[in-house]
Write a protein that binds this ligand. Sequence first.
Ligand code: ZN
Length: 288
Amino acid sequence: MRATSRAPGIRMPGTRPRAEQVRHAALALAALACVLVGCTIPTDGAATARGQIGGAPEPVPEVTAQVPRPASSTPLAGRTVFLDPGHSGSQDAAMTAQVPTGRGDTKDCQTTGTATDDGYPEHTFTWQVVGLMRTGLEQLGARVVLSRTDDTSVGNCVDERAALANASGADAVVSIHADGAGQDQRGFHVCYSAPPLNDVQAGASVTFATTMRDTLVAAGLTPANYTGTAGLQPRADLAGLNLSERPSILVELGNMRSPDEAREMTDEAGRARYARAVVQGVVGYLAG
Ligand code: ZN
């Protein structure tokens, strides 16, 4: 919330320098409290504070001129977030073209990804979750850039997506995926490049991954019980992370072969829960 312009000034006669100082102090305290906890400061709140400290009646200017804005409702204003919905809506022969991994060897341009046992594809899940994330991030003031434009065409190779993310100047890069493991395996894990290939990978990306892991746990998601350590997984084989010069993570939101997680992923409200949790992780990293 923020201070509004609805609060009118109190108009009373008389001016006393000392009381003026005390009144300013009271207003400043009220403003600080609102910055910390978020509130709207009505004019009568200032009058109450003045009454508590025994000041004399005096003119009170418009509150909005005195009170700094509380915590912004657009904490990501001025920030760029690059979102990569993993895989592509369709594939062609170029999928097996070899591209650099960032560690001296090559790998396929792109992979098909996995699916639930009922055939709901990973690329559609990632596309839909990223769409929800984009809306949430933009509402928070971020500029959002995507690695692919739709869920029907052949998307960019993994190295091209890293180049796009680097060129975007993103403050945070998030690649969204879902895994295809055993039926009894479940939970999320957050990947980052390791061993690091530049300073950003050594520092910011690890911080981002840890913040995301902590936020997802706080949102009620369960760290993977079959890979990684407590929801974190350093990886050397993911080209998008290896080639990144921006704070970058890859989030495997869950296992599409787990009946419980497949149910969550194929449900619109479930996808919204995933998206909301990851957006909170981005906010935690960029504005926390
Ligand atoms: Zn994937």
